[in-house]
Design a protein around this ligand. Sequence first.
Ligand code: FES
Length: 183
Amino acid sequence: MSATPPRAPAAAPKDVEARQPAPTPVAFPPAALKDECEAILSRYPTRQAALIPILLLAQGHYDNWVSPEVEAGVAEYIGVSDSHVRGVLSFYSMFNLKPAGKHEVWVCRTLTCWLRGAAKLRDTALEKAQAERAGVVGEDGKFLVKNMECLGLCEVAPAVFVDGVAHTNVTNEKLVELMDACE
Ligand code: FES
């Protein structure tokens, strides 16, 4: 009678192998943001309701992007899970989850702007940014061009935001001028 072959050890589940170590949260808020964070919290009924403005503040402070460590620091400060913060960050296109360019150009790609020339504006912005596509920082790290959904300025389309400032009825020449003015 032949012996039963030894059983192979069970393989580790894939999700365990792929799991990243938990990021070490930054101490949030840093001293420079403390007063502003408290002022924001005082305007909302709950800490959780203040999450988006706090994240915007954090992104502005930490070189225009939210790293996993900043995400974890904000989560601790607000009192929610990291995954809750991650869900908000990945839902709203104004947040950057990777190092971003020094300047941001948002081009609206919704119907009214598109019919009024936004596709050409987006191509011009990408060319000036030396970026292969929207959402990818250009070669010199200066610009990040983003496709955005309706920016609420349809009656003065096409609309573009440069570093958070709205510009309306934007022509190709105007966009070049705006980007040239960014240092
Ligand atoms: S469609 Fe572009 S701002 Fe509304």
